[in-house]
Design a protein around this ligand. Structure first.
Ligand code: ADP
Length: 300
C-alpha cells in the first residue's frame, strides 16, 4: 500500500517549523529517512503515526485518509518510538501474551502461537522467560518490534532504533527489520548513513523539515560517479583548502598530514585521486548544498 504525504507542514508553539511543506510517496519495502539531529524525523514519524496533527497538508495510506480517519490507520500501524519507556518486571513471553490479549486475541492457543511467532522473528525465543526490564538495549528494541508485530501491521514506523546500540546489537536489529520489511511498508529513521546503506531499497534525506532528495542508495551514488576526489594535504593548509574546494570530510594521518575528500565535477587540481562514491558522500553533498542555499537566502 502506498503512503502519500502532500504539502504537510507543522510549526510548534515555540515557532519551530519542524515540517516544511513536505510531499513524499512511500511504497512497500524498507524506506530509510536519513537526516541529522533536529531535521524533523521524529516530528514526521509522529505525524504519520497520528500522534500529532499537522497544521496543513494531507496524508493517505492506501484509501485511508489518515488525518480524518485516524482509527483506521492505527489498526494497520506498528509504531516504535525513540524511547519505549519503562518495562514491568515480567517475562517477554508473558508481556507479549498480555499485549495480544489487549489487542483482542481472546483464544489462549491463538495467543500462544502468535507470541511464539513474533519471538521467533525477533530472535528472542531463547530469552522469552527473562524479564524485559533486564534486557540489553538491543534486546529491548527487538522486543519493541515483537510487540508491534502482534497486530500484523501494514505500516511500520521505527524512529531511530539503532541509536545507542553496540555494533553486534545493531546488526541483529537490522536483520530483524530486514525480515519484516518485505510484506509491509517500513519507515525507518536514522542519522546513521550505514543503516540506510545496509537496509533500505529507497531513501529520503531530510533537513530543516524538507526532503532534499528522494532516491535509492544505488541511484544516488551512481549520480555522483566521477565527482569524488581525495588528496593528502599538510594539516596547516586545511583552511586554505576549504576555501578553494568543497570538502566533504577530512581525517588525520599519524604524521603531519590529512586526507581530504572533495566533491567536484572535474579534477579539482594536482595530486587529487579519483575515488568511488559512497552513500556518505551523497548525504554530505545534499546537506552542504542545503546549507549553501540557506546561506544565500540569508545574504540576499
Ligand atoms: P529529529 O527527529 O530529526 O531529531 P525532531 O522532529 O525531533 O527532529 O525535531 C525537529 C525540530 O523541532 C527541532 O528543532 C526540535 O527542537 C523541534 N521540536 C521537536 N519536538 C518539539 C516539540 N514538541 N515542541 C517544540 N519543538 C519541538
Amino acid at each position: 500500500m502506498q503512503l502519500i504525504l502532500k504539502n504537510v507542514s507543522k510549526t510548534y508553539a515555540n515557532g519551530v517549523k519542524a515540517i516544511d511543506n513536505l510531499s513524499l510517496e512511500i511504497g512497500t519495502g524498507m524506506f530509510g529517512l536519513l537526516g541529522p539531529n533536529g531535521a524533523g524525523k521524529s516530528s514526521l514519524m509522529r505525524t504519520i503515526a497520528t500522534l500529532q496533527s499537522p497544521d496543513s497538508g494531507s496524508i493517505s495510506f492506501g484509501d485511508i485518509n489518515v488525518l480524518k480517519d485516524q482509527m483506521s490507520l492505527r489498526k494497520l500501524l506498528g509504531y516504535l518510538p525513540q524511547s519505549f519507556g519503562v518495562y514491568p518486571k515480567m517475562s517477554a513471553e508473558k508481556l507479549l501474551d498480555y499485549f495480544a490479549l489487549l489487542k483482542g486475541v481472546s483464544s489462549k492457543s491463538d495467543r500462544s502461537k502468535l507470541v511464539s511467532e513474533v519471538l521467533e522473528i525477533t530472535n528472542l525465543s531463547e530469552v522469552r522467560k527473562k524479564h524485559v526490564a533486564s534486557y540489553s538495549g538491543g534486546m529491548k528494541q527487538r522486543f519493541g518490534i515483537a510487540q508491534l508485530l502482534l497486530n500484523n501491521p501494514k505500516l511500520i514506523i521505527v524512529d531511530e532504533p539503532t541509536a545507542g546500540l553496540d555494533p553486534a546489537e545493531r546488526h541483529r536489529f537490522l536483520n530483524v527489520l530486514r525480515e519484516i520489511g518485505t510484506n509491509s511498508t517500513v519507515i525507518f529513521s536514522t542519522h546513521i548513513v550505514e543503516d540506510v546503506k545496509e537496509l533500505c531499497n529507497e531513501m529520503a534525506i531530510l533537513n530543516g523539515g524538507r526532503i532534499l532528495e528522494h532516491t535509492t542508495p544505488e541511484k544516488a551514488t551512481a549520480a555522483i560517479k566521477g565527482q569524488l576526489w581525495t588528496k593528502v594535504i599538510q594539516r596547516g593548509t586545511l583552511e586554505q583548502m576549504a576555501s578553494q574546494y568543497t570538502i566533504l570530510s577530512s581525517n588525520y594521518n599519524r604524521d603531519n598530514t590529512m586526507n581530504i575528500r572533495v566533491h567536484s565535477a572535474q579534477k579539482p587540481g594536482e595530486d587529487f585521486l579519483q575515488s568511488t562514491p559512497e552513500l556518505d558522500d551523497v548525504y554530505f553533498i545534499a546537506l552542504q548544498k542545503d546549507e549553501n542555499k540557506l546561506a544565500a537566502t540569508l545574504v540576499s
